[in-house]
Design a protein around this ligand. Structure first.
Ligand SMILES: [Zn+2]
Length: 124
């Protein structure tokens, strides 16, 4: 499920056509799973995105300082660090949502009625 999440796929069935750039469908077109399981569900995705961004910046900063020791290239490192902090959260946004949904599913397994919501809403 985590692997499917990192590749922007539905954690349940692996369907990849969930995102148009960063806009996301509410339900999986293949299995009908409604991604926003509870109100506030996406707060976890923001947390995942923040963790990944800060971890990447930390690894980059440490690696950059080690690579340029003893004459630290402060300005280039800061410019690249700001670029990471600006663009990584946008690029990782879809994956963070699916990774968080996979984690949520590991903690609270999917219930049969969650997969049938699409069919019931279509008939109503
Ligand atoms: Zn699915």
């Amino acid at each position: 499920m985590m692997g499917r999440g990192f590749t922007r796929g539905c954690p349940i069935c692996g369907q990849r056509r969930i995102f148009k750039i960063i806009a996301m469908l509410d339900d999986c077109p293949r299995c009908g799973f409604h991604f926003e399981r509870i109100e506030g569900h996406w707060v976890g995705a923001v947390g995942i995105n923040t963790i990944v961004t800060f971890a990447t910046m930390g690894v980059f900063a440490a690696g950059g300082l080690i690579a340029t020791y003893p004459d630290f290239a402060v300005v280039p490192l800061m410019v690249i660090g700001v670029a990471i902090a600006t663009f990584l959260p946008i690029l990782f946004h879809p994956s963070s949502r699916m990774v968080w949904t996979a984690i949520d599913l590991a903690m609270r397994p999917v219930q049969p009625d969650e997969l049938q919501q699409k069919r019931t809403t279509e008939h109503d």
